[in-house]
Write a protein that binds this ligand. Structure first.
Ligand code: ADP
Ligand code: MG
Length: 605
């Protein structure tokens, strides 16, 4: 008896603050979201000493009258939802009615607000959750909130704050997220009296990203052509194939205007990028997913950082498909630029070469003949046998052509103007936009990869029997997964048999499998395959193995190629599904535009 008490309001707010307010950046997030919900057209955020001393957010939104201003500081007071029913279809960024009282309970807090048609405004001062003053004020319409000495009454919390620079960078990150999420709103960010960034209201997301991130990053992005599928619309900008980062720092995701971290979307991204992304790297994305608010639960995380989808599979597939299609548009641009005749530069440095000159590279002798083109395709570079039967020479990389394409004629008119080969590795070409460098090894890897993958899909991979079968212990979960996917694994060339007690017997491995320890590789493979969707995993089976294998068989940096070989290589590359990066996500070609050359030569600033 008497052990349980109701916590005083102030303490309850501090407890709630513990969940929502972690650091200055969380205060900024909550206040800026409130300003956005209030219909602001301009939001100014100023911090002093990383936000630990002062955080001030000023907006020109609708403002509040005196009663609302007082109510806004009560816990669970909100203008954004009315009933539990509304919780299932949230249209605003806020809905919990907890941010203002929480912040006010752990700081010296000042709120000043005025309606646009209000004769006067209201100013409220709160110290550590205790209301100190309520009075009339004469500020401009809109709302100003000032948060001083954050966590002054919670010393343990205050100790957790990091350096001023670290806290300030979290604030900047939060602000740039909100600015990307709402391009039409003007943002000003001030740190210790200095303007850090100023983003005027922008017409489009592209303009906002260029403003905030600069044109260097912007040029590496592709715009998604938005399309509504299954009630989900995906839009935004994403990095081109091969553009990646070692962290998720540039992976910005929004669901209904709310920046989120979401594993379902992340899986969709990885699937969509697939081989266009280097292993262990993350894509650069500014991705917006819009859907009926009823199809997404935002009431999952106190700081509203996470969301849960009612139909995660359709979100993941939608994202993957959109990414794939968007990357494809870039392929069309490349291919197109190669197939259009190159215009002679305005001020030729030498005699213009006509298209009837078949060899635009120096005399063929310069490319010492190491082997015939046919040989080159029929036998691997090193002496090991090629993994799977290689189609006859000159087979093109067309997705549907199982039969050889005998119409390859070295004398066919050039679609690409080849200039030569640099350092026995980089093929130099000219296109409309300037110079193109192709890495011959990476290009050949891509070609072989797509060829082998197609063959595997069509016919499966031959198995190489082990002289002594191996037994491998796996986790019960992996064991079940392997048992249900045995057929698909078989197609990949594995001969596996359940041996009881979470043990597998391995009788055979794919013919081209080169591994010192098949059991480790199988475990890794299972891990990877399990993270993929059921619809794609079967097709993706073993791609990783293929990618590693083709690397060994592809022509190398120092292999000298003859002109027809170079031509064939480029033609095959252009016929690939994803020509601009190798199966590990590294670029196969790089464009250096005339603009860049002109800059380097000082012809243009
Ligand atoms: P929530 O945003 O979840 O409703 P908050 O505690 O953040 O809860 O805010 C409480 C209420 O105060 C909001 O519902 C809104 O009506 C009002 N409010 C907060 N900030 C502003 C602002 N900048 N401009 C106008 N009204 C605001
Ligand atoms: Mg709020």
């Amino acid at each position: 008896m008497g052990r349980i008490v109701l916590l005083p309001e102030e303490v309850a707010s501090q407890v709630a603050a513990g969940e929502v307010i972690e650091r200055p950046a969380s205060v900024v997030k909550e206040l800026v979201e409130n300003s956005i919900d209030a219909g602001a057209g301009r939001i100014e955020v100023a911090i002093v000493r990383g936000g630990a001393a002062v955080i001030r957010v000023v907006d020109d939104g609708i403002g509040m009258d005196r009663d609302d201003a007082l109510l806004s500081l009560e816990r669970h007071a909100t203008s954004k939802i009315r009933s539990g029913h509304d919780l299932a279809r949230i249209h605003t960024l806020g809905f919990r009615g907890e941010a203002l009282p929480s912040i006010a309970s752990v700081s010296r807090f000042r709120l000043s607000t005025r309606l646009h048609d209000g004769l006067e405004g209201t100013e409220i001062l709160v110290n550590g959750g205790k209301m100190d003053a309520v009075r009339a004020s004469g500020e401009a319409p809109g709302t100003q909130i000032e948060v001083r000495s954050l966590f002054y009454n919670l010393p343990a919390r205050r100790k957790f704050l990091r350096s001023e620079n670290t806290e300030a960078s979290h604030v900047q990150h939060q602000l740039s997220l909100q600015a990307i999420g709402h391009p039409n709103i003007g943002f000003v960010s001030i740190r210790d009296q200095t303007v850090v960034f100023q983003a005027p209201p922008a017409k489009t997301l592209a303009d906002r990203i260029r403003d905030l991130r600069g044109s260097e990053l912007f040029e590496k992005l592709l715009e998604i052509i938005p399309e509504a599928v299954n009630g989900i619309t995906i839009s935004g900008l994403i990095g081109k194939a091969g553009v990646s980062r070692s962290t998720r720092a540039e992976q910005v995701l929004f669901v209904n205007g709310r920046p989120v971290e979401n594993i379902t979307i992340q899986h969709g991204l990885r699937e969509g990028y697939h081989t266009a992304l280097m292993k262990g790297q993350y894509p650069v994305t500014f991705l917006f997913v819009e859907m009926d608010p009823e199809a997404v639960d935002v009431n999952v995380h106190p700081a509203k950082r996470e969301v849960r989808f009612r139909e995660p599979d359709s979100v993941r597939n939608g994202v993957a498909e959109t990414i794939r299609k968007t990357l494809e548009t870039d392929r069309q641009r490349w291919t197109h630029s190669f197939q259009k005749p190159v215009e002679t530069p305005k001020t030729p440095l030498r005699e213009p070469v006509t298209d009837s000159t078949p060899a635009l590279i120096p005399a063929a002798e310069q490319f010492a003949l190491r082997r015939d083109w046919a040989e080159f395709h029929a036998t691997p570079v090193n002496s090991a046998p090629l993994p799977v039967a290689v189609p006859p020479a000159a087979e093109s990389c067309q997705p549907t052509s199982a039969a050889p394409a005998p119409n390859y004629r070295p004398e066919a008119p050039n679609e690409f103007k080849i200039l030569g080969v640099l350092g026995k590795l980089y093929i130099l070409m000219e296109n409309e936009e300037g110079l193109v460098l192709v890495d011959q090894h990476a290009a050949h890897e891509r070609i072989l990869f797509e060829k082998l993958r197609r063959q595997m899909e069509l016919e499966g991979v031959p198995t190489q029997r082990l002289l002594i079968p191996l037994t491998v212990g796996v986790t019960p979960k992996d064991y079940d997964w392997i048992a249900t996917n045995a057929q698909a694994l078989e197609k990949m060339g594995f001969a596996l048999e359940p041996f009881g007690n979470s043990t597998l017997k391995i009788d055979g491995i794919p013919q081209f499998f080169r591994t010192d320890d098949p059991s480790v590789t199988i475990r890794q493979l299972v891990d990877e395959l399990r993270s993929m969707t059921t619809t794609t995993s079967r097709l993706r089976m073993g791609e990783d193995v293929i990618a590693r294998t083709v690397c060994r068989y592809a022509i190398k940096a120092n292999d000298e190629l003859r002109r027809p070989e170079v031509e064939k290589l480029l033609r095959d590359l252009m016929d690939c599904e994803l020509p601009y990066c190798c199966p590990h996500g590294r670029p196969t070609m790089i464009q250096i535009g005339y603009g860049e050359l002109e800059k380097k030569f000082g012809r243009k600033v």
